[in-house]
Design a binder for this molecule. Sequence first.
Ligand code: ATP
Ligand code: MG
Ligand code: MG
Ligand code: MG
Length: 476
Amino acid sequence: MSTSGNDIRQIFLDYFNKQGHKIVASSPLVPKDDPTLLFTNAGMVQFKKLFLGQAKRDYIRATTSQKCFRASGKHNDLENVGRTPRHHTFFEMLGNFSFGDYFKQDAIRFAWELLTEGYGLPKDKLWVSVFETDDEAAELWQSEVGVKPERIVRLGEEENFWSMGDTGPCGPCSEIHIDQGPEHGCGRADCAVGCDCDRYLELWNLVFMQYNRDESGKLTPLPKPSIDTGMGLERISAVVQGKYSNYDTDLFTPIMDVAAQLAGTSYGKNEEDDVSLRVIADHARACTFLISDGILPKNEGRGYVLRRILRRAARHGRKLGLKEVFLHQVAQEVIDQMKGAYPSLVDSRAFIDKVITKEEERFGETLDTGLKILYDATGEAKAKGETVLSGDTAFKLYDTYGFPLDLTMTIVEEEGLSVDEPGFDRAMETQRSRSRAAWKGSGEEAMPPALEELSSQGFATEFKGYETLEAKGKAV
Ligand code: ATP
Ligand code: MG
Ligand code: MG
Ligand code: MG
């Protein structure tokens, strides 16, 4: 029997614990005291202050399996979900951290030993990348663990240089990739490590926090450099279990099976249904963990991100022919599968069920009518030889039928059309001005609840910048 995803997580934590790392629990998906981030998107988030030297704990080495969510902001993998074998909105990032303790040499040694001995990966399929000028790392990969020079690839700043922000800690990265075979490649002559296709799977990213960047952009070596690493549990599980896709691991198959059974089908029958099943499984995991971390479906901020993915999942249920609410049942399977690693899910079980069911019901009331309007409109546009859906229609779907813009855009793209986004923005602006005028004219002191709801649909107050775009449900 192959090693389970749950065991693979434990093997990681145990290995680093043996190397003197404290096993630290995952922090919540909502970062504490960090207004720059909507969601925790990497293992290092809960340790930011330690890396900055602004906090101290009773350990200088730590290891975690961190809940991560990447469907908003700088890291947005939402559109990849269901379509690539390796991206999720919610995933777990396995990591080891050194806070001014060990550096490159040990980080490289640990990662290689765990992959090749702990997990038994074949050395002859592994590749590493280093930052283009990081001779030290390139040398260590050879001298410490015997990687052949032709298996070491130098990549540029975009891929292999990490920084916490415009100023502050930063440094080169080094990634470990596994060659999944030319049959998974893009076929281009220059396909190699770093290519966006699925041949060379990025497994693990080692960040060497080596410099401090000041306002002028100048890099000064840190007196005590640090280590931050991240490896997707779902990706290493796929490799260890001999699967090409994360969705074929035991972390996903039981969840997809529940959805498939409810829909009277099975995974692997046809590609379109399979995409829906993968999206549903991914989104069910994300919704379960977001809700258990205190987020509720809302029209703004984090709650709107939850609402968007929940509604996307509901729509994929319709594609599979599911007429009734179903996602809450899929979420129950997520809880059963993850409760060993995240026991608090059990306490939230009834709550998660209720929140998902209520939101599904709410959207269910307008989903069918909205879909009919949308398909009628795309059909009409196509018949006329047009390629764009009007912004007014997209706005009506948003405003009256609860269709987030990204959902409308996805469906419209499936029909080979696009949405007039500036037109959508104009319709939104007209709506806002109208409601503002109506409010002013009402002579009331406070904004009436109905108008408050309206204005909150378009705006977020807390996270200006990217949030205003996200409020419309645009992937940014
Ligand atoms: P990719 O290039 O494949 O999008 P990345 O470079 O964005 O990955 P990092 O930010 O380096 O990823 O995160 C560290 C590790 O977390 C990755 O090496 C990968 O194993 C995992 N990971 C990143 N994004 C996802 C995702 N959306 N779903 C699952 N695992 C992920
Ligand atoms: Mg990425
Ligand atoms: Mg990458
Ligand atoms: Mg990376």
